[in-house]
Design a protein around this ligand. Structure first.
Ligand SMILES: Cc1cc2nc3c(=O)[nH]c(=O)nc-3n(C[C@H](O)[C@H](O)[C@H](O)COP(=O)(O)OP(=O)(O)OC[C@H]3O[C@@H](n4cnc5c(N)ncnc54)[C@H](O)[C@@H]3O)c2cc1C
Length: 430
């Protein structure tokens, strides 16, 4: 085929079907006609969404950076990947430096221009770091949570429940991998999935020390790596076997309740275990806590109040003590939900009667697609033969599309894009 590429950097704000064609209109009112459209709008609106001093789902900090000063206090909700990016921008981004001490510890040298940063999340713990891959060994080959075993379960029943039908196999696999490295009987499943339960909430002093100990231990485990540390090996396994996990979810036999529980509970836990930042970010976080630029004073599940242009956070401990801080700015350190991605996009909103994913009443907010990734309409048929969707807007019909290829692991990203490309080429050449 004679394929030519033309790159047009414009926001598409409107898409209408005109018989066998689509008319695309851009923000600057340019119009284009095309037979095929692939909607891969990803994480959605990356513009700064803010209201007064409340910054929500922030992916661009330039605006905020212009208005804060060294006296500013910033409260950050969420201790995941986005938080690591934000604190990097608010520290190194203001001229602070990390240096290694003589005893090989990382130290933060403040510039004096950075604000005071207060972190918090429900668990009070940051995402655990990614283990280093300090060997050329191949990824773990599953013994129990195999594609064959998962297929056998799918074929054996009409209605499935993730916790009852698939989780036992996954737990067996995780235990096996952990104990292969750390010894038989050493795996504590509760500690692996819920480390926050092992941090004292009795008073701030204990909470602080145990949290820092947890982060130090996590850094040590990261450095030992995914082939030498049981926790990192077992976490990496969950990442490596994401295609197997995907099969459990995308076969569309989970009950609505189980699907919802999987996404709201297990998926969150799996992410905490295996999608964390590289270990140097954990090391930087420790240095920032040590330098008192980053504070854990209200890290544990605080109540948040907004009053007269200030934000108040109160963290309660079981001995009756409470830590309270006030902040000038509030940042929600997370990427937009798929619901927001679709609903806030003029492009998506211009397509009326697109079907949203619905598993017997459970909705994720993502759009519904068929096996060739073509968008469905509300009657459940193909919306238009030439309209495809790919990646994050399809979460629901698909599971965990937001992952890029990496060595030795096939990526759903490439597989799905191949399906679409092949379908387009076939339909244009026939
Ligand atoms: C903090 C963070 C860390 C991450 N770390 C990792 C990681 O370590 N490993 C990993 O595999 N994945 C990681 N991811 C996920 C990864 O970023 C996504 O999987 C990937 O970016 C998705 O690619 P995409 O092309 O579908 O969407 P995007 O990368 O979001 O790209 C979508 C593009 O479409 C454009 N667009 C949207 N709407 C329109 C419109 N109407 N008109 C024209 N253009 C439009 C956007 O401007 C954007 O350029 C991370 C994500 C985040 C937020």
């Amino acid at each position: 085929m004679n394929i030519k590429y033309q790159i047009i950097i414009e926001e598409v704000t409107n898409l209408v079907k005109i018989e066998h064609y689509f008319k695309l209109t851009t923000k600057t009112n340019q119009e284009f006609y095309t037979k095929k459209v692939v909607l891969c709008t990803g994480h959605g609106n990356s513009q700064l969404l803010h209201c007064n001093k409340k910054f929500s789902k922030i992916l661009n900090l330039n605006h905020l950076k212009r208005s804060i000063n060294p006296q500013s206090k910033i409260l950050i909700k969420g201790m995941g990947l986005v938080m690591f990016d934000i604190i990097s921008e608010l520290t190194e981004g203001f001229g602070g430096k990390f240096i290694k001490s003589l005893d090989d510890n990382l130290i933060y040298i403040p510039s004096g221009l950075e604000p005071k940063i207060y972190l918090y999340s429900r668990s009070g713990l940051p995402l655990s770091g990614k283990g280093c891959k300090n060997s050329l060994s191949l990824p773990h080959k599953p013994q129990f949570f195999t594609i064959n075993n998962i297929h056998a379960i799918i074929e054996s029943k009409d209605n499935l429940d993730f916790d009852e039908d698939f989780l036992p196999l996954l737990l067996k696999e995780v235990t096996y991998r952990f104990e292969e490295i750390e010894g038989v009987g050493s795996f504590n499943v509760d500690h692996f999935f819920y480390p926050q339960n092992y941090i004292s909430k009795n008073n701030y002093h204990d909470f602080y020390h145990q949290t820092v100990e947890y982060i130090v231990a996590d850094l040590k485990a990261c450095k030992k790596g995914i082939f030498q540390n049981g926790t990192k090996a077992a976490g990496e396994l969950i990442r490596d076997l994401r295609d197997n996990l995907r099969l459990c979810i995308e076969q569309k036999k989970l009950s609505s309740l189980s699907h919802q529980k999987f996404l709201n509970h297990w998926n969150v836990i799996f992410n905490k275990i295996c999608v964390g930042p590289p270990h140097f970010r954990i090391e930087q976080l420790l240095a920032l806590i040590d330098s008192k630029v980053v504070s854990l004073e209200v890290a544990y599940n605080p109540q948040i109040m907004e009053k007269e242009d200030k934000f108040f956070a109160v963290s309660n401990f079981t001995n009756g003590q409470a830590n309270q801080i006030d902040a000038d700015y509030f940042i929600e350190a997370s990427i937009p939900e798929v619901e927001h991605v679709v609903e806030s996009s003029p492009l998506w909103m211009s397509l009326d009667s697109v079907s949203l994913f619905n598993n017997k009443g459970y909705r994720t907010g993502g759009v519904d697609i068929d096996d060739s990734s073509r968008v469905k309409n509300i009657s459940g048929n193909v919306y238009h033969d030439g309209l495809y969707a790919f990646g994050i807007p399809t979460e629901g019909s698909k599971y965990f599309t937001y992952v890029l290829p990496r060595p030795d692991i096939p990526s759903t990203f490439l597989k799905d894009s191949n399906i679409i490309a092949e379908h387009i080429i076939k339909s244009l050449t026939h």
